[in-house]
Design a protein around this ligand. Structure first.
Ligand SMILES: *Cc1c(COP(=O)(O)O)cnc(C)c1O
Length: 251
């Protein structure tokens, strides 16, 4: 990629970041919350390592991916491009247990832990790799649709308690994806209650990861501490994301 092309891309990303940042700031103000209460995660799935590198140049160091295979290679490439960037990589997609060993090699945080079996596999992988504890969020299913991943709300407490007892995982909070094609506000309200309950039992579980490009305002209004933004920062993902079956693909 020539310098002028990457310069153009950087300008494009800078403009998009400015707009997203303005939306987040405005939503925080409207909710009477401090801007610092909400982390902005850039979801770089389907976009090249060069884009991720440019985002770090713009000051974004929380990056997220939803597929292990794509993410492992990309994280290695970005580390080569920007060795000093201090990036934190987040796994936000559905995860099979047989990928646990691979994921803990690149991810600093896994937001999509939705079963005791997956938590056990991640815990074992952390210990086997001899790496620092892995930050995890439990992914809640707000609408109870099993096809979209997530732990049913009634089972969330049991999953959290299991994670809290492991040696390799650190329970940091709860994550969810709003139901497709419905008003997200009631879903975020339900989620906020679940997060509050979790926090009572586990004071360290302070994170509430909710809100994407299309619904970050509603999520922030309902207490989100972490918005996961792909499209609004990097542009549309086209058909590739539909093929990969990502939760954001139909938006
Ligand atoms: C892709 C994805 C996002 C980002 O979605 P956008 O609508 O592009 O902002 C957020 N969360 C998860 C779990 C995703 O897979």
């Amino acid at each position: 990629m020539g310098t002028s092309v990457s310069g153009e891309r950087k300008e494009q990303l800078a403009k998009a970041l400015e707009q997203v940042e303005a939306r987040v700031r405005k939503a925080c103000e409207a909710a009477g919350r401090a801007r610092e209460e909400v982390r902005l995660l850039a979801v770089t799935k389907t976009f090249p390592a060069s884009d991720a590198a440019l985002l770090t140049d713009l000051g974004l160091t929380d990056l997220a991916e939803n597929r292990d295979q794509e993410a492992g290679a990309k994280a290695a490439e970005v580390a080569r491009l920007r060795p000093e960037a201090g990036i934190r990589w987040h796994m936000v997609g559905r995860l099979q247990r047989n990928k646990a060993r691979s994921v803990v090699r690149w991810a600093d945080e896994v937001q999509s832990v939705d079963s005791v079996r997956l938590a056990a596999a991640l815990d074992k992988a952390v210990l086997a790799e001899g790496r620092p504890k892995l930050d995890v969020l439990v992914q809640a299913s707000i609408d109870g649709d099993p096809a979209r991943g997530g732990c049913p709300l009634p089972e969330l407490g049991e999953l959290a308690a299991y994670i809290a007892r492991t040696g390799g995982l650190r329970l940091r909070g709860v994550m969810a994806v709003a139901p497709l094609g419905a008003d997200p506000a009631p879903a975020f309200e339900k989620l906020a209650l679940a997060a509050e309950k979790l926090r009572r039992d586990h004071p360290g579980a302070t994170e509430l990861s909710a809100g994407m490009s299309g619904d970050l305002e509603q999520a922030i209004a309902h207490g989100s501490t972490c918005v996961r933004v792909g499209t609004a920062l990097l542009g549309g993902r086209g058909l590739a994301s539909i093929a990969s079956g990502s939760p954001g693909s139909a938006r």
